[in-house]
Design a protein around this ligand. Sequence first.
Ligand code: AMP
Ligand code: GLY
Length: 423
Amino acid sequence: MKVLIVGSGGREHAIASRVVLNKDVEKIYCAPGNAGIAALAECVDIKAMEFEKIRDFAVSKEVDLVIIGMDDPLVGGLTDILEEAGLRVFGPRKNAAILEGSKAFSKDLMKKYNIPTASYETFDDPSAAVEYLKTAPMPTVLKADGLALGKGVLICQTLEEAIEGVKTIMEDKAFGDAGNRLVVEEFMVGREVSVLSFVDGKTIKTMTSAQDHKRAGDGDTGLNTGGMGTFSPSPFYTEEVDEFCKKYIYQATVDAMAKEGRPFKGIIFFGLMLTKNGPRVLEYNARFGDPEAQVVLPRMENDLVEVMQACIDGRLDTVDLKFSDNAAVCVVLASGGYPVSYRKGYKISGLDSFEGKNDYFCFHAGTAQKDGDIVTSGGRVLGITALGDDLKNARAKAYEACKWVEFTDMYKRNDIGKAIDEA
Ligand code: AMP
Ligand code: GLY
């Protein structure tokens, strides 16, 4: 079979590295892909938001399965366009991807179906938001309604900051049209956990847990990024937490979407906060997390393509989803200056050190080929993942492997997985 993967990051490289293991897969295409994915797939020069071009390409190559890795095309309705052309697609339709595409939608859904989350109010008018904030407890959380590369969330300590934040999101439109609507949310305290799941419209099977590190600097300082590193499993995701989430969050979300006439097929990513009053949903995403995928997929024992096919066909209940009893840590190697401004085009050396090592993965995110070399081409450049018997061992191996590669201005966090020591 022929598979087309849509996207260009470490997540798509991690997906491709599993798809290639399926014995029925004879050809993988990736649009647009990157220099690492190019070792497994034929990368085609079509961007993820060029829907008609993707459709025409997939039809002309008689692709059997399209896997959409990224949020923007899912929220924009790529699945619908491809399905209308008769293609098989892994990833939710537009009316279901709204679970990630609109925070106002997801908050209203949780409220209506009693799914535990922070209390909130939604505003279309900045002055109404400011009036409300005058009586709201501080700190408070402001969220642009739409997609904002994971950056549309402001945590405000004081009323002044909150008023400034309303201006930033709704008037200055720092996150574009994503800020036409604003969600003001109760500030919660606790540890964060990411739980990804496969969903076939009615059945949900959760994967092993993971934890991301969203801030750019050590000790969770600096700006929010797409994610600077992950570990899996989270030692804080206990059986008790799992039981609570199974009872009140996971199936409840899938059932709620089905009841709303928006059956969800694909990946639901639950961003959870473990508060002292129990787990609460921080956010939903409609795709694998990145870099969560880079620690979760290497631990998965099932054939990824088979599980995806089961989701599309609505027979996920027959799948026994299994993860190895080990651990993984991913450290992101970024371009110095990310997430603000950084230079690209630096040669990356040492990539061949990963060849033939089963416990180590070098997932490419922002890389490109230039004059026979592999060069940096984005903020997050590589995700260095290691498997270990336990989290400490995996972390030591991941940081060791970070030394194998080099490029100018390389930046990484040095405390990925530090929370492991507190478990
Ligand atoms: P989100 O994009 O909704 O996951 O928000 C990005 C980050 O902001 C989260 O990973 C949390 O660290 C933080 N955050 C979001 N909502 C809240 C909240 N209600 N209380 C505290 N922190 C939050
Ligand atoms: N790592 C967080 C995300 O993919 O949204």
